[in-house]
Design a protein around this ligand. Structure first.
Ligand code: PSU
Ligand code: MN
Length: 325
């Protein structure tokens, strides 16, 4: 039988080599959990390669995975190593990505190029969503997602994270959207692309990462992980094929630092525009400058937020797995 398929494929110009050698490499812990319908949480890696300096990036990545495990789910950090999309990374893989220089920042646009050239890099929210959905993961945790940049109405700098949320059915748990972005337009764009946005808990506000209030109302709420799981399951039953955004407000004990960080964000944005930083370099530049201007305090808050999101996301994945049993 195999020879027949092989010859049909070859006649149509499809290389059988490519089919045998999958570009996806799923870690055994992840494939076992998925096979048994156990909860799995996907994690991105641009935060490791472009979002934080070494060794904070490595420590955070390990702590996030530990929290996901402690709350009952299997972590699946996604990254590209030598042209293969890894879903679930070993300690050595994590170490490589966190120390590596010259690594790519991989969104949907960059995936095929990275694979074809055998390159390595961190996957953004959009790149991670694609890989995670491909292997059957329903919940994905990150810090903050990309959005419509300020002046995006003229620069058209709109993160591919938003269009990905419109086309890939996976729930993204984040602390909302950073105020380096135009939050109002980001929410409008998500609405246009059919992305259901819900704040986790009882607040009516959409959170702005370092602060619990962005000045914009959240379209919906999910009171707890059970309600979040019901929302995800309903989207799946409807066959919507679009994503969901669960926005977790910053915990009270960290929110005090919010205003100082906001001021640094404003200063960093001015610098970015003066230095004519563009495209995929904008977000990493601003994150690094804000960290310098706040003497590392934004980095501390950033780490605390991701850990909190990881806890919530893992609980949601557990509730979803119970619901589907
Ligand atoms: N926002 C953050 N930290 C990050 C990112 C965004 O607060 O590390 C990263 C995420 O990986 C996100 C990506 O998917 O930046 C968005 O980049 P861009 O704006 O170029 O689409
Ligand atoms: Mn951009």
């Amino acid at each position: 039988m195999l020879w027949r398929w092989t010859s049909i494929l070859q006649r149509h110009g499809v290389s059988t080599l490519r089919i045998r050698h999958s570009v996806f490499k799923v870690h055994p812990s992840v494939s076992e959990a998925l096979a048994e319908n156990k909860p799995v949480v996907a994690l991105e890696s641009t935060i490791i390669t472009h979002g934080m300096p070494y060794p904070h990036n490595l420590n955070t990545a390990k702590e996030v995975e530990a929290i996901v495990r402690a709350q009952g789910s299997t972590p699946a950090t996604v990254g590209i190593l030598n042209g293969r999309v890894h879903v679930g990374l070993s300690e050595e893989d994590l170490d490589f990505l966190s120390r590596g220089s010259g690594l790519l920042k991989v969104s949907r646009r960059d995936l095929a190029y990275a694979v074809s050239k055998g390159l390595s890099g961190g996957t953004t929210v959009s790149g991670t969503m694609i890989a995670a959905h491909r292997v059957g993961i329903s919940v994905f945790v990150t810090g903050g997602i990309g959005g419509v940049h300020r002046n995006g109405e003229s620069t058209m700098d709109i993160s591919a994270d938003l269009t990905e949320l419109g086309r890939t059915p996976i729930a993204v748990v984040s602390a909302g959207v950073k105020s380096i972005l135009d939050i109002g337009r980001t929410l409008e764009f998500l609405e246009t692309h059919g992305v259901c946005v819900a704040t986790f808990g009882r607040s009516r506000h959409f959170p702005a990462f370092f602060t619990p209030h962005s000045g914009f109302a959240s379209p919906y709420n999910v009171a707890n992980s059970q309600e979040a799981a019901e929302l995800i399951d309903s989207a799946s039953c409807l066959g919507l094929q679009s994503g969901l955004l669960v926005a977790v407000p910053i915990p009270k004990e960290h929110a005090a630092q919010g205003q100082e960080i906001e001021d640094a964000v404003q200063a960093a944005m001015k610098e970015a525009s003066m230095k004519d930083i563009r495209g995929k370099d904008v977000t990493p530049f601003i994150l690094q400058r804000v960290s310098e201007l706040t003497q590392g305090r934004s980095l501390q808050a950033n780490m605390a937020l991701i850990l909190n999101n990881a806890k919530v996301g893992s609980q949601i994945a557990c509730a979803l797995s119970d619901l589907r049993r």
